[in-house]
Every structure is written in C-alpha cells, then in structure tokens.
Design a protein around this ligand. Structure first.
Ligand code: ZN
Length: 182
C-alpha cells in the first residue's frame, strides 16, 4: 500500500500537460498501484497521475464496487448528448459544482502491460473518464463550468482552508464532495 500526497489546485503540476507513456515497465505498474491505492484511500472515484505529481498520461478509476480500473495514453470519442451533474475533484477538497459533460464516451488506450483496451461508459463512468483525461491535458473541472458557476467555485476555493497552502499534503476524508471526488 503506497498512498501519495494529492496535489492541490495552485500546484503548477496540475496545469502541465502530461507526456505519453512509452515504457510499459515495472515503474509504470508501480505508478498504477500508487494511483489506485491513493484513490481508494482518499476516497475518490478517479485519480490522474499529475494529481500525485507524475507527468504521465495515466489514470485510475473506480465508479462501482469492483476492482479499480486504469487507462494509459487515453483518447476519447464523446457523444453529442451532454449531461450536467455535480462534480468534485480530489485536488479541490470540499468543492462540488455542476459541470456539463458528454453523456457517453468511448475511451481507447492501453493497459499497464501495453495491451490495447477500449472502455465504453455513460453517465458517471463517462464523466469520470472525461475528468481524468482532462487532468492529463492540464485542464481542470473549473474550466468546464459555465462562467457563473466558475465564479461561485472560485469564491469558495479562495475561502477554503487549503487555498494558498504551499505544502502539498493529503487531505483526510470526508471531503464533502457527495462521493463525487475525482
Ligand atoms: Zn480531479
């Protein structure tokens, strides 16, 4: 079990696009394990490598009670239909706001062993995959909110106890994200 500190909004690593994985080696498998352990410990529904300070295109997810899934070097096809629902992020403790997302997604990528894999999901799984893939591009959920929601969210962020904290640290649950922390 290896739980890593989760980087919070304000840390530049969250705004840095991640590099594609080229070596499907033991180090990558350790990274996937660290992500899964940290995600389950938080607890959260998804976690992307930049959120633990690693600039590689990898994320883990767990939107039901099964084993955590992971995806390396994802590329997404999004449905035209969109949904708006509450969304949180482990890098923004306690901040939950409605975010519009595609209703469905087909995500193509690789397993940690380098095998091609396709994940199809709708609703929460689709939302999770879009949120985590955004992290790999340095895009955060506040960027996807409509301007009025973003203004409210930024106010709540500035008033939160963790904002401006220069030291990355793990936040203990509950995060008051209604189980939607990604
Ligand atoms: Zn997030």
């Amino acid at each position: 079990m290896s739980v890593k500190p989760i980087r919070l909004f304000g840390d530049p690593v969250l705004r840095t696009p991640a590099e594609p994985v080229r070596d499907f080696d033991a180090e990558l498998r350790r990274l996937v394990k660290d992500l899964a352990d940290t995600m389950l410990d938080a607890p959260g529904l998804g976690l992307a490598a930049p959120q633990i300070g690693v600039g590689l295109r990898v994320f883990t997810y767990r939107v039901d009670d099964g084993e955590p899934g992971h995806l390396v070097n994802p590329s997404l096809d999004l449905s035209e239909q969109t949904d708006e629902d509450d969304e949180g992020c482990l890098s923004f403790p306690g901040i939950t706001y409605p975010v519009p997302r595609a209703h469905g997604v087909i995500a193509k990528g690789f397993t940690m062993y380098g095998e091609p894999v396709t994940i199809e999901g709708t609703e929460l799984l689709a939302r999770c995959i879009q949120h985590e893939t955004d992290h790999l591009d340095g895009i955060l959920f506040i960027d996807r909110m409509d301007p009025a929601q973003r203004k409210q969210a930024m106010k709540a962020i500035r008033e939160s106890d963790w904002w401006g904290d220069p030291v990355p640290r793990v936040k203990v649950s509950p995060h008051q994200t209604r189980g939607l922390a990604l």
